[in-house]
Design a binder for this molecule. Structure first.
Ligand code: F6P
Length: 319
């Protein structure tokens, strides 16, 4: 193997740049030429390749976003798009591909291997932390810390007024962000997609706080009610109270990666290059209990990473 490429795809995540840096440096260390594909799978279809050296990856370890840009490519979801992508890899002499992203990215990479025999290794890059086969995903630690910092500020004003705040965090169909952020912020209630939300209990928690103390309720965006705004409206109709709603949104995806994310991104970057050199394909390189783990791509979405039951119990005890 002489020439490999990498791309970032799906939602960007803090730490992706540290990851790119690690892949590039590990590739060079192992005597490989490394190319970056600009714009995720869309860039691959268009043949948007750039040669990466130590120079391109200098000074990016601390920056958020991804210097390779990213996309959610509709074209790549079609067999025709994937055939064009495989052709680009062949024409450019690329023998192995590293794709960093979430489950959408992994579905695409798996199809590239199955349909065109492209040797592909994936790495978990998403703030959602919803991938089976790794304890944490690149970007998750930064995202929860960003959310906690924002909510600590909201707490100040909520406390001054004795207000009820429903704060919505990202995470798509998974409640990892909501759960960890909720525990970290001492939330009175945490609504997550994995566990039925009980509005009566939620209201009891608000009453327990009384009129002078703030109430912080964290809502994962994938909660079955459809987010914080819907819950606020229901609270108004059912209990005649008007909670304030704050949706943290994309700020959770930005900012300098935490040290934890930089270390994870760096470790997985080196191991992804080594996995290609070892002939591995159709796997995600993850980290669990301090060990590097290789999980077949299909298992990363067919098996479900679970939120431990004790977390909800913990939040109930502490509320
Ligand atoms: O998967 C990461 C994520 O930030 C989710 O938490 C969120 O639901 C989604 O991406 C938002 O995607 P987009 O930026 O494309 O709207």
């Amino acid at each position: 193997m002489k020439k490999i490429a990498m791309l970032t795809s799906g939602g960007d995540a803090p730490g992706m740049n540290a990851h790119i840096r690690a892949v590039v440096r590990a590739a060079i260390y192992n005597g490989l030429e490394i190319y970056g594909i600009v714009g995720g799978y869309s860039g691959l279809i268009e043949g948007n390749f750039i040669k990466l050296t130590r120079k391109e990856t200098a000074n990016i370890i601390s920056s958020g976003g991804t210097i390779l840009k990213t996309s959610r490519s509709k074209e790549f979801m079609n067999a025709g798009g994937r055939a064009a992508a495989a052709e680009q890899l062949k024409e450019n002499g690329i023998e192995g591909l590293i794709c960093c992203g979430g489950d959408g990215t992994f579905h695409g990479a798996h199809a590239l291997w199955e349909e065109h025999g492209v040797q592909v290794v994936c790495t978990p890059g998403t703030i959602d932390n919803d991938l089976y086969g790794t304890d944490y995903t690149i970007g998750y630690d930064t995202a929860i810390n960003t959310a906690v910092q924002a909510i600590d500020k909201i707490r100040d004003t909520a406390d001054s007024h004795g207000r009820v705040f429903l704060i919505e965090v990202m995470g798509r169909h998974a409640g990892f962000i909501a759960m960890d952020v909720g525990i970290s912020c001492g939330a009175e209630y945490i609504a997550i997609p994995e566990i039925a939300t009980n509005l009566d209990i939620l209201y009891q928690r608000i009453l327990k706080q009384g009129k002078t103390r703030r109430t912080i309720i964290i809502v994962g965006e994938g909660d079955e009610y459809g987010g914080a705004a819907v819950i606020a409206e229901l609270m108004k109709q059912k209990y005649d109270i008007e909670p304030k709603v704050s949706i943290l949104g994309h700020m959770q995806r930005g900012g300098a990666p935490t040290a934890r994310d930089r270390v994870l991104a760096s470790h997985l970057g080196v191991k992804a290059v080594e996995a290609l050199l070892d002939g591995k394909t159709d796997v995600m390189v993850g980290k669990s209990m301090h060990d590097i783990v290789y999980t077949p791509l299909v298992e990363t979405w067919t098996k479900k990473k679970k939120i431990f039951n004790y977390m909800m119990e913990l939040s109930d005890i502490l509320a």
